[in-house]
Write a protein that binds this ligand. Structure first.
Ligand SMILES: [Zn+2]
Length: 518
């Protein structure tokens, strides 16, 4: 795989300059869990100040240049200020023989401030004529910032349409932890997953989990291949030795949850309860995945009983053969697996449809709100299906000695840096936090918290202090010290027994039989 270190390095330099030079607060300190009214709760973190000197020039058109990022502590330049994308319409064509991707992206956007210029996020590619409301606009490129200057200033509240034609060789994006994502070529097509920053590797996006939108993705591929996207298959048409698959997700979706995975697939459609299913499996993975995928309807029903009605109108799975990727991801409505999953991996990614896809973090350091919840979902599935109880699982993990630094650190609520986004502690200690909460406040209050968290934030964005506030409200307990110990304090919580014995830990580090999972 080509390593795009030059692109990443270039971004890192810009980021460093912004963090040092900008007055805008890039909140890096963990929020005080006992203070749900703290700054991290308000949600709209101050955008990173626009790099352009014009943005802050006294007497200049203040606020007329959209910020190049939304100030995420881990990815400050991801997303953009001043825009709220309502809908993406991507018309794409891909040829696995050349890895060439050609497309036209049409974005319907609402201006959230006056805009003389605004950014989208897009890496690489050659661009054609970019238009805003049908009129040619000028643009410049700066790393992954695509800076677009329309002919006329856009007024706050105005709805406008941007069209970006682009083409080039699709390349994966390399993450801070050296894993790859984005548009990843496979033996017969491409495996497409984007957490946290892969989307600009294949389409122009407002790449922040805070800007959810609806999507139509049409992908044209050589005959014999299938392109699988989010939501419902609207049409499938053949012409000139190629097939076009058009997918529509009409529920709000964060850019990192999109997919249009391409390959030779065996497709099975059906129903899970009343929900239409579409399951695409690479033939090489069919035998191994069949007994697991058969449980998909049962798992969806289980999660609905536990957490509330399934949030979207379609469900399914994509099982590919993508060993270079090495993990599964909860792409919306159709989790994508790099290989045949095991039960726990399928359950994990399906549970993310509730916690992750429907209820989505506002900033990336709160990733335990996704991974702790999905890992705990694996535990409760096992508990209710004749396996180990969540309490037993917790006890086994709690016996991990304090000297096992990698197990207990980083604390899940404060992973510290982007390279730790998918650290084992975010999963295991994150799930332990939920099980400890369950044991502290009791099943009745705990499940009320879980269901209300979902019902009250479905299709929106959340932060850890909001979860703490809900748990305190439902339980009528002061949980500040509890969450501070579990989520923000490095090392093994002091109140857990530790005899220092080097027991073989029963770690569930997300790397067992069914593959690593995100
Ligand atoms: Zn996960």
């Amino acid at each position: 795989m080509p390593i795009r270190s030059s692109v990443y390095a270039a971004c890192a330099v810009v980021v460093a300059a912004l963090v040092v030079g900008a007055a805008a607060p890039v909140a890096a300190a963990p929020p005080d869990p006992a203070d749900p009214g703290g700054p991290a709760v308000s949600g709209t973190a101050a955008p990173v100040a626009a790099a352009s000197p014009e943005a802050s020039r006294p007497g200049g058109p203040s606020g007329a240049v959209g910020a190049p990022g939304v100030g995420d502590p881990f990815f400050p330049l991801a997303g953009n200020g001043g825009i709220d994308v309502q809908d993406y319409n991507l018309k794409l064509a891909y040829d696995p023989a050349t890895d060439r991707l050609e497309g036209t992206a049409t974005l319907r956007i609402v201006a959230t401030q006056d805009l003389r210029r605004f950014d989208l996020d897009l890496r690489e590619f050659t661009l054609g004529t970019v238009t805003v409301d049908g009129v040619a606009a000028t643009f410049t490129r700066d790393g992954q910032e695509l800076q677009i200057t329309p002919r006329r200033t856009l007024r706050k509240g105005a709805s406008f349409t941007v069209v970006v034609p682009y083409s080039g060789v699709a390349k994966p994006v390399t993450d801070p932890d050296d894993s790859i994502e984005g548009f990843v070529p496979t033996g017969d097509g491409a495996f497409v997953v984007n957490e946290p920053q892969g989307s600009p590797g294949w389409y122009p996006a407002n790449d922040t989990p805070r800007d959810k939108a609806t999507y139509t993705i049409a992908m044209t591929v050589p005959a014999g291949l299938t392109a699988v996207g989010n939501g419902a298959l609207v049409s499938q048409t053949a012409a000139g030795g190629r097939t076009t698959f058009t997918w529509r997700e009409r529920f709000p979706m964060a850019p990192y949850l999109t997919t249009i995975t391409i390959g030779k697939f065996v497709v099975t459609t059906g129903r899970a309860g009343g929900i239409p299913t579409y399951v695409a499996v690479d033939p090489s993975q069919a035998a191994a995945s069949a007994p697991v995928l058969r449980k998909l309807p049962e798992m969806v029903a289980f999660l609905q009983d536990l957490y509330g009605p399934y949030p979207f109108e379609t469900v399914g799975a994509i099982v590919d053969d993508a060993p270079d990727v090495g993990y599964a991801l909860e792409t919306q409505t159709k989790p994508a697996f790099d290989r045949a999953p095991d039960d726990a991996t399928l359950l994990h990614e399906l549970s993310h449809q509730w916690y992750g896809d429907a209820v989505t973090l506002r900033q990336w350091p709160d990733i335990w709100l996704h991974e702790g919840f999905a890992t705990w979902s694996e535990w409760i599935w096992a508990e209710r299906h004749g396996g180990q109880t969540a309490a037993q699982r917790f006890a086994d993990l709690a016996a991990t000695p304090a000297s096992d630094d990698d197990f207990w650190n980083p604390p899940p609520g404060d992973p510290g840096e982007a390279a730790n986004l998918f650290a084992g502690s975010v999963y295991d200690r994150g799930a332990m936090t939920l099980q400890a909460l369950r044991e502290k406040i009791g099943d009745r209050a705990f499940f009320t918290v879980m269901r209300r968290w979902y019902a009250e934030h479905k299709y929106g964005n959340v932060s850890t202090p909001e979860f703490v506030a809900l748990a305190q409200q439902v339980s009528r307990q002061d949980l500040g010290a509890f969450f501070k110990a579990w989520l923000y304090t490095p090392g093994k919580p002091a109140f857990l027994a530790d005899d220092g014995a080097a027991v073989a830990s029963a770690r569930l580090a997300a790397s067992e039989g069914g593959g690593r999972r995100r």
